[in-house]
Structures are given as structure tokens and as C-alpha cells.
Design a protein around this ligand. Structure first.
Ligand SMILES: [Zn+2]
Length: 453
């Protein structure tokens, strides 16, 4: 095992230098949505990785280049793939920033800059972790592949194809993503998966034009009623989705997941107060943690048709549209669920058109993974606190590229503060979280190196 004390001391001695280098990195606008600064940032990263001594290239894709860096220590040691993204969200609205988005500034113990939390400060911390271990030990405790993409903020359109093509060369024992934020309670956390999403639209049509509700109401079918009846067959008042087979692949949490879910400190009252709610969605007794990690949801995103302007209009509309999404849990699959929804529509409302909008696969890594322990130990060594284990995030990320395409366990170990304001003005990263991120990256690699293969 490497001497972590010495590595932590090295990080401590280099605080100013590390900060200066982070500032240089976040000063570069790298806005994928606008195609700004992408090639330059990829070149900057390649240089940086090479300076650290890591073999590296910027691999072109049909979109932005993906920077791949590799350190092969020994074939008998575990291999970790560290993922991050060098693109950032557009900084607008500019006048809402206290200091300019690409002029990093420290105020009240926080670094303010676009991309400092999402995601430059986080993967840069991992790069510095590796550099610090090399500076102290001259070698790494395990094999490491860095994978830094430039299109995460526009939905990672090329990462899956990239992975498919390089399945063999990218194969690792595990993937680690340092992105997102620690738990809202401030506790460090490890996330084991994300929900997926399947989106679709339902289109109902009646007459070829809107008609008079008195002259033709009761004669001409009403597409809005068609959708209301159809939607009512898809979810009942108890909150249960009633599409045939939808729960077929929903697995109950394992005992270890149950324990982890029950330990998550969600403040239901605070959430209700913040949103001005007097009740939660059905079923009432379900915990917030279970709602987000264990169960799929069916949401009507929009229901449109007819007249909703001022006053009344006695019209019978000719068309109605519902837009919906289903959040998927492991082991559900996007295409299977969309096929089940389509079959349901065919059965209950054959005249309603079903339009698939695709979506993203869910992903999950078992909490029982042998890598849970080294990651947990690394976090404790670096931050002095027991991490919360989060079985799945409620939202969707392309985590399936690791679990489903590469077939490896994947862990999200975030370093940013929960109020990092990512995607918003005044994005920030607490200074101490940046340095504890460097320590955490180093400590996790150190513990991974000790895992028997
Ligand atoms: Zn983002």
C-alpha cells in the first residue's frame, strides 16, 4: 500500500500551485453547445496528461474529441477507468454572475467559475491525485485510464459509439465518475446507478377539423376524452402504473441496498415546505429514497388540445396530444418498456397513435461489489467521514455505457458541494472540497491497488 500520509502532505504543500493550475483550466471557455474552445481544451488536456507522464491522445469522434490517457502499471493490478467531461454549460445569463464566469475568483472559501464543479474541478482533482502519487511513489497502485469527453453537456451523443468500438481496449475492472455533488446533508456519497428514461407521445384525432360541441358533440368522438380514458388505464389513483408487464423487471432492493436506502437522510418536510406541498404523490407511505431509486414513474409531461384561452369556446377539438416519460429502474430496458406501452395503447385505444421518442437505459452496480470497500475506505481516509451509499440517482446519466457496454461496475464519487449551482450563474466549488477531492482520488486508487484480482 502506498504511503498516503506522504501523498496527503504533498497535496498540502502544493495547494497554491494546484489552485493556480485549476484556474488556468477553468479560465478556458469550453462550451460544447456553441462549439467554443473544444479543440484547444482537448490539446491542453493531452499536454497536461503527458507532462504527468501518462500516455495520451485526443481521439476524434463525429463530434468533439475524447481525450484518452493511460497508465499501465502492471497487468496483475486492478484497472480503473476515470471518467469526466471537459465541456461546460453556456454561462448565460452573464449579468447574473457576481464575477465573470471565465475569470475564476475566490469568495468566502469558494471558487466561482463556470465548469469549476461541473466538471473541470472534479476530474482535475483526480488528475492531480494521480500526479501526487507519482511524485511521491514514482509509480501508481493500479492501472488507470482517463476518459474525458467534450459533449456531456449536450447529451453525450458519441460516447456510446466510442465505447462500442473500443470495448476491448477500454476494458477496466471498474469505472469511477467524479461528477455531481455530495449529498445535500454535506455527507460524501457513492452512487451506484441512475434511472433511465423512455419518452413517448400519444396523438389522438377526431374529425378532420374542430366542430361545434352542440351541433356535433355526442356524434363526433372527442380526442381529448380518448386521451383522458387511455391515460387513466396507464396509472391508477394508488400511484400504481397499470401498463401490462411494466413491473416485470422491477427487482426489490437487496438487504444491503435496503439498509443503504433507509440510511439516506432525506428531509421530507423540508422538501414539502420548499415546494409548498401539502401531500406527496401516491402511494403516501413510500419513502423519498425508495421513490427515487427503486420505482419507475410515469409522468404526463404535457396534455394539449382544444381551447384553453380566455372565457369559453364551445368547441369539440379535432386533435389532442399527451407527452409522457417513464423513469426506468434497473433491470428495465428502454426498448422493452416502449414496446409494452405501445402494446397497451394498441389494446386500449387502437385509434390513438403512439410515437416513441427513445430515451436512455438505466444502470446499476450492485452495492455488494468488491470495490465498495476500497472506495469507502478511500473516502474515509481522505475526508474522515463515512460516505452514504446511494443505490441509484433519480435522474438520468449515460452511466449505462460502463455497465451495459463495457460490462463493468460503475461508481459515482462526487466531490462538489450540493449548492455548486452547476448549469446556473455563480457556479462554485468549495476550496476545501477541491483539495479533499484530490486526497480522495489518491486514497481510492491506493485502496483499489490492494484489491486482490
Ligand atoms: Zn452538467
Amino acid at each position: 500500500m502506498i504511503d498516503l500520509k506522504a501523498v496527503f502532505a504533498h497535496i498540502e504543500r502544493n495547494r497554491d500551485a494546484f489552485l493556480e493550475r485549476l484556474f488556468e483550466y477553468v479560465s478556458q471557455p469550453t462550451i460544447s453547445a456553441h462549439g467554443i474552445g473544444i479543440e484547444a481544451a482537448a490539446a491542453f488536456l493531452v499536454d497536461l496528461l503527458k507532462q504527468i507522464g501518462i500516455e495520451c491522445e485526443a481521439v476524434p469522434t463525429p463530434g468533439c474529441p475524447i481525450v484518452v490517457g493511460r497508465w499501465l502499471e502492471s497487468p496483475v493490478l486492478p484497472s480503473a477507468l476515470l471518467y469526466g467531461h471537459y465541456d461546460v454549460q453556456p454561462p448565460d445569463p452573464l449579468d447574473a454572475w457576481v464575477s465573470p464566469p471565465f475569470e475564476p475568483t475566490i469568495r468566502d472559501g469558494r471558487i466561482y467559475a463556470r465548469g469549476v464543479g461541473d466538471n473541470k474541478g472534479q476530474h482535475f482533482a483526480n488528475l492531480l491525485a494521480l500526479e501526487s502519487i507519482l511524485a511521491c511513489e514514482g509509480h501508481l497502485p493500479c492501472n488507470v485510464t482517463f476518459l474525458l469527453e467534450g459533449e456531456e453537456e449536450v447529451g453525450s451523443p458519441h460516447i456510446a459509439g466510442f465505447m462500442e468500438e473500443r470495448k476491448e481496449s477500454l476494458r477496466a475492472d471498474l469505472a469511477i465518475t467524479s461528477d455531481g455533488s455530495v449529498h445535500e446533508s454535506g455527507r460524501p456519497c457513492v452512487t451506484y446507478g441512475v434511472r433511465g428514461v423512455a419518452s413517448f407521445e400519444l396523438r389522438a384525432r377526431g374529425a378532420k377539423r374542430d366542430v361545434h360541441s352542440g351541433n356535433l358533440g355526442g356524434i363526433v368522438p372527442n380526442p381529448l376524452w380518448d386521451l383522458v380514458h387511455l391515460l387513466a388505464t396507464m396509472k391508477n389513483e394508488s400511484g400504481e402504473i397499470t401498463i401490462d408487464g411494466l413491473y416485470d423487471d422491477v427487482e426489490p432492493p437487496t438487504p444491503r441496498e435496503r439498509e443503504a436506502l433507509d440510511a439516506l437522510p432525506y428531509d421530507t418536510i423540508r422538501i414539502m415546505n420548499e415546494l409548498d406541498l401539502d401531500r406527496l404523490d401516491a402511494p403516501q407511505e413510500r419513502s423519498i429514497a425508495d421513490r427515487l431509486a427503486v420505482w419507475p414513474t410515469l409522468t404526463i409531461n404535457g396534455l394539449h388540445g382544444g381551447y384553453s384561452g380566455e372565457g369559453m369556446k364551445t368547441v369539440l377539438p379535432c386533435e389532442a396530444i399527451a407527452k409522457c416519460d417513464i423513469r426506468l429502474v434497473h433491470d428495465q430496458s428502454r426498448d422493452d418498456i416502449l414496446a409494452k406501452v405501445e402494446a397497451h395503447v394498441r389494446e386500449y385505444a387502437p385509434h390513438v397513435e403512439f410515437v416513441s421518442y427513445g430515451g436512455m437505459e438505466p444502470s446499476k452496480t450492485p452495492i455488494e461489489s468488491p470495490f465498495t470497500e476500497p472506495i469507502r475506505q478511500g473516502i474515509i481516509d481522505a475526508q474522515g467521514e463515512e460516505p452514504l451509499l446511494v443505490p441509484a440517482l433519480g435522474g438520468t446519466l449515460p452511466d449505462y455505457v460502463f455497465t451495459r457496454i463495457l460490462g463493468i461496475p460503475s461508481f459515482v464519487v462526487p466531490y462538489a458541494n450540493a449548492d455548486e449551482a452547476n448549469h446556473a450563474p455563480n457556479e462554485n466549488l468549495e476550496l476545501e472540497r477541491f483539495f479533499s477531492g484530490i486526497r480522495t482520488g489518491a486514497a481510492i486508487l491506493a485502496h483499489l491497488g490492494a484489491v486482490p484480482r
